[in-house]
Design a binder for this molecule. Structure first.
Ligand code: AMP
Ligand code: MG
Length: 345
């Protein structure tokens, strides 16, 4: 990344954001004041098995031009209205990231506008801050591939705790897939858990026994996944296992987030990532925050899941603070860490 003088401060046009870290290819926009417009996206949903990075990249190549055209048509824009191109530089799956980065480089060169490679995890935080009007939150970032508790300290977003094995969304998807539910499994597990709750309204719901996923400030979900699969195999009702799995996994995340609030003396929780679409997780976060005089925030679902608009928003923030990415520094970084990116705003 290079610093440029402030010639982009008076931004005359829109920032386009391109998201391609995993199964979703998405284009979104913010206007010259950084105000977001909903993204146009498509997600690869394999009939069976998980996501193959190469297949996801092929999906992105096939659909990219149409998605971008749909977005520009919807907003009555032409390519020359775009003043800068932001893209996810990492972390994510290499072939998927490279597809988005190649599209971003081509557009930036063709339109002669600045290119901004951004950190996908930081983009989740910044769209959440913008949407919810919260200022200095602890982010509980719960997505397919990532589970992290993040706080801003000394000019970086620091990871205070994270999963030691798989992401929480990936755990829910794998559990669902083992029982015949296609990707994405998280929403279906939520429905099944709700069904269990609805059919047992008066009994005090007894959770089935599962391992607890907290390890200090970190989390781990693969043991929980194996144990939940075993419960189903041993004859426990599927809906009851879904309920218990959610309760255990979410309680673990909320516990670590609560400890992060206590350690940092902050008083806001912000949820982000696809699993933040889950109503039960939202409710647990609200209860925990209420009990300790803090506030829980969650952006609309379209900005919880991966989306191009969050990439545009972070690109806009970086641009107006004088940071763009040269072509030589535009390579993707699959392992890019949340705390790698200096927060200069
Ligand atoms: P992301 O990786 O941020 O795009 O989010 C995708 C992940 O979110 C997948 O693992 C989905 O199963 C999960 N997800 C989406 N909606 C829900 C929901 N309502 N409850 C639980 N997980 C969900
Ligand atoms: Mg994400």
């Amino acid at each position: 990344m290079i610093l440029v003088e402030r010639r982009y401060m008076g931004l005359d046009g829109w920032v386009l954001g391109i998201e391609s870290t995993a199964h979703t290819f998405s284009f979104g926009l913010v206007d010259s004041n950084g105000l977001p417009r909903p993204s146009v996206s498509d997600t690869l949903r394999p009939d069976s098995g998980g996501i193959h990075p190469r297949e996801a990249a092929d999906h992105h190549v096939e659909l990219g031009a149409k998605l971008l055209k749909d977005l520009l048509d919807r907003e009555n824009l032409v390519p020359n209205d775009i003043a800068a191109i932001a893209y996810s530089q990492g972390p994510g799956m290499g072939p998927c990231l490279r597809t988005g980065a190649a599209a971003a480089r081509a557009l930036s060169t063709y339109l002669s506008v600045p290119l901004i490679g951004v950190n996908h995890c930081v983009a989740h935080i910044e769209i959440g801050r913008e949407q919810c009007g919260c200022d200095d939150p602890i982010l509980l970032y719960v997505s397919g591939g990532n589970t992290q508790v993040i706080a801003r300290l000394d000019g970086k977003y620091r990871v205070l705790g994270e999963t030691l094995d798989i992401g929480i969304g990936n755990m829910l998807d794998k559990f669902a897939r083992a029982h015949g539910i296609p990707f994405p499994g998280g929403p279906e597990v939520e429905k099944m858990a709700q069904k269990w709750l609805d059919s047992n309204p008066n009994s005090s719901l007894k959770e089935l026994e599962l391992p607890y996923a907290v390890h200090g400030m970190d989390l781990a979900f693969s043991g929980l996944l194996s144990a939940a699969n075993r419960l189903v195999k041993d004859g426990s009702p599927f809906e009851a296992v879904c309920w218990s799995l959610q309760e255990h996994a979410f309680a673990a995340c909320i516990e670590v987030a609560e400890r992060a609030l206590a350690h940092t003396r902050k008083d806001q929780i912000l949820l982000g990532g696809g699993v933040a679409c889950n109503q039960r997780l939202r409710t647990m976060s609200e209860i925990m925050c209420r009990e300790r005089g803090a506030s829980s925030y969650c952006p609309p679902k379209m900005y919880c899941i991966d989306n191009g608009t969050m990439i545009a928003r972070l690109g806009w923030l970086e641009l107006i603070n004088g940071r763009v990415t040269s072509l030589e520094h535009s390579a993707v970084d699959q392992e890019l860490r949340t705390d790698h990116t200096a927060i200069i705003w």
